[in-house]
Design a protein around this ligand. Structure first.
Ligand SMILES: [Zn+2]
Length: 276
């Protein structure tokens, strides 16, 4: 009956019965795991304010069976990233990334680089003001997470016939193939859409940037829009899922959202329901 001790981020939580919680963690050593916190809704001694979304925690528990939920016995707060919860824009962006982890990560597959990226992302969301660079930085985080999940788009040649693609102002991106297709092959890819050369150049160079450059970068609105569309189409294709947090962010952008957080992240990020 192996004991588990690890650092983790709180990715999701669901009420289970009167006093228990199902808590999804993204851990440093084991990737995503679902845990059950017995009495977690009431015990402030074992879970002292440490079960809020985005929090970085140190937990210990045990795994009774490889296929069973890990039992969480204790959870201590390391970094709450409270500011994310206090700002609607940061909160919705953060929930979108939690939803990506919930939907696109397989359980118990360690990914230390992804753990470190979540730490960078939550630090950014908790500290950086919403200037013009904010949305560009979010696009870069989106691209980084896609790469770490293994969905990195192929953007140099046609993935259907293999021909080189180095001319033209616009290219066809096919989420189904995970990359570009040439004009001749495009009719076989009805879900493909047009992406400008500027966006393809940015996507090809983005993975070479260091954090200092990332924080200074500004894209044109067209590059930002196309990059978001491309990344989201890839995530939708791989997960087979329409992200609820994106719909809420779109409503927020259209100023059609109540100021209060009427749709808690728990409902947005819910990977599945547990019935007792
Ligand atoms: Zn082709």
């Amino acid at each position: 009956m192996p004991r588990v001790k690890d650092n983790a981020f709180i990715i999701n939580k669901t009420e289970y019965g009167e006093s228990d919680l199902i808590i999804t963690l993204f851990t440093a050593g084991r990737g995503k795991i679902n845990t059950i916190g017995k009495g977690a809704k009431r015990s402030r001694r074992r879970f002292p304010g440490s079960l809020e979304l985005f929090s970085r925690v140190a937990f210990n528990g045990f795994i009774k069976h490889p296929l069973a939920l890990t039992r969480m016995d204790e959870c201590q707060l390391i970094e709450p990233f409270t500011a994310i919860q206090e700002d609607l824009h940061s909160y919705f962006c953060g929930c979108y990334f939690l939803e990506i982890i919930n939907r696109c990560c397989a359980e118990r597959q360690a990914n230390k680089a992804l753990f470190n990226l979540l730490n960078d992302l939550f630090t950014f969301l908790a500290t950086v003001p919403h200037n013009r660079n904010f949305n560009c930085r979010i696009r870069l985080f989106e691209l980084q997470i896609i790469t770490l999940l293994g969905f990195k788009p192929q953007l140099s040649s046609c993935l259907d016939c293999g021909c080189e693609l180095d001319t033209g102002k616009y290219f066809n991106f096919s989420p189904q193939t995970g990359g570009l297709v040439c004009q001749s092959c495009q009719p076989r890819h009805p879900a493909s859409f047009s992406v400008s050369r500027g966006t393809i150049n940015m996507l090809n160079q983005a993975h070479r940037l260091d954090n200092e450059l990332r924080n200074k970068l500004n894209f044109t609105p067209q590059v930002e829009r196309e990059s978001a569309r491309l990344c989201r189409a890839l995530l939708r294709w791989h997960s087979g899922y329409n992200f609820k947090s994106l719909k809420i962010m779109e409503r927020y952008a259209e100023n059609d959202l109540p100021v209060a957080k009427t749709e808690p992240a728990l409902a947005m990020c819910q990977p599945k329901s547990y019935n007792k």
